[in-house]
Design a protein around this ligand. Structure first.
Ligand SMILES: CC(C)(COP(=O)(O)OP(=O)(O)OC[C@H]1O[C@@H](n2cnc3c(N)ncnc32)[C@H](O)[C@@H]1OP(=O)(O)O)[C@@H](O)C(=O)NCCC(=O)NCCS
Length: 343
């Protein structure tokens, strides 16, 4: 069985920076830089312009990841696309990304299969387990795995929605998961879910149990009430469960590998809240230089946080071959996961 390793990383964030002060000045939200920084560590996020979609962000990150892996799209055997803000309700963003690469024009054409993963902030970890399993089973040599989000289109950017809208930003991260006979790569992973809390962090938009799936006015237009249109979050419950499951998952993968937290060279946490990650870091007893963050600059980019961090850490020289890397995340569902890689 081949090992599965990350052969290339890439990331893209849209150029428009929206600071906490911009939320007040440009959107009229009753909040403050102090409030947001103190509770979350977020100072700014990026918002994509109208007309830019999730597959567009993913494409930029994917081009970089392929380049750094020394591959072209023709080498890719599968696309795995993790997002909670897909371009359309259906089809998934994976096929839109595939289309942007003009695979039908390749000689010969390569109709790369594309799979969307709907596991929110844990999407990248669910995608990594899927991609690596495909590679280890021999079904694929190279899988393009992307986490990308365009949150800005679906945030209630008013005071009513501030608890959620001050947290999220747009961005994309991509990796290529490749087969290798070398003794490196993904060593172990764990995934979990607790569907009892599905509605505690949830954006319904429509309800398929309704007939039809959304209200319709006299002119035949769909009408979505605000409580369905915007995401709902029970912040305290999310915080409590995030801390608990991230720590449990990390201990589990460490135990499986027969290592302790002190053996981890780099901890890459999903970026939901700096306070959550500081607590996890503290419980594991890891020094600051072994942990990377970007929540201050990008906010929570959901499925994109971990691959963006990996790409940034590699470029900054903080992630080098041979390092033992731990990944961990938690999000809506609730869902969570962790993994250990020898980079
Ligand atoms: C969102 C979070 C920062 C809110 O902090 P909190 O201390 O739990 O705050 P609460 O939601 O209880 O709200 C407290 C008050 O602050 C207000 N508030 C919420 N967001 C605000 C903002 N951006 N600016 C100013 N005030 C805000 C609330 O309206 C509330 O006011 P009230 O007491 O007058 O009703 C915190 O719960 C959290 O980070 N949870 C985890 C969220 C997360 O990680 N989500 C993504 C998971 S992948």
């Amino acid at each position: 069985m081949p090992n599965a390793y990350i052969s290339g990383t890439g990331f893209y964030v849209p150029p428009r920076v929206v600071t906490n002060d911009n939320l007040v000045a440009d959107y009229g939200i009753e909040t403050s830089n102090e409030w947001i920084v103190k509770r979350t560590g977020i100072e700014a996020r990026r918002f994509a312009e109208e007309g830019v979609g999730t597959a567009d962000l993913a494409y930029e990150a994917s081009v970089q990841a392929l380049e750094r892996a020394g591959l072209t799209i023709a080498d890719i055997d599968m696309i795995v696309f993790a997002t909670l803000s897909p371009d359309y309700a259906f089809p998934g963003s994976g096929v839109l990304l595939q289309r942007k690469f003009n695979v039908a024009e390749l000689d010969p054409p390569k109709f790369i299969p594309a799979l969307d993963v709907r596991n929110q902030c844990s999407g990248f970890l669910y995608g990594l387990a899927t991609a690596a399993s495909m590679v280890q089973a021999g079904g694929c040599k190279h899988v393009l795995l992307v986490g990308a989000e365009t949150h800005s289109a679906a945030l209630d950017l008013s005071t009513t929605g501030r608890t959620v809208s001050s947290l999220f930003g747009d961005g994309a991260g991509a990796v290529v998961v490749s087969a290798t006979d070398e003794d490196r790569g993904l060593r172990t992973w764990t995934l979990g879910a607790d569907g009892r809390h599905a509605e505690e962090l949830c954006q319904k938009v429509w309800d398929i149990k309704k007939r039809p799936f959304m209200n319709v006015d006299a002119d035949g237009n769909g009408v979505v009430p605000p409580e369905d249109m915007w995401a709902h979050m029970n912040g305290r419950l999310v915080f409590k469960n995030a801390v608990q499951w991230m720590i449990v998952s990390l201990w589990k993968v460490c135990e499986e590998q027969g290592i302790g937290p002190k053996d981890i060279d780099l901890l890459v946490c999903h970026q939901a809240n700096m306070r959550i990650n500081q607590y996890v870091q503290q419980q594991l007893g890891l020094p600051d230089e072994k942990v990377v963050h970007n929540i201050d600059r990008y906010g929570n980019t959901t499925a994109a946080t971990i691959p963006i961090l990996l790409a940034e850490a590699e470029r900054d020289g903080k992630l080098k071959p041979g390092m033992k890397v731990a990944l961990v995340g938690f999000g809506s569902g609730f869902t969570w996961g962790a993994a250990i890689l020898d980079w």
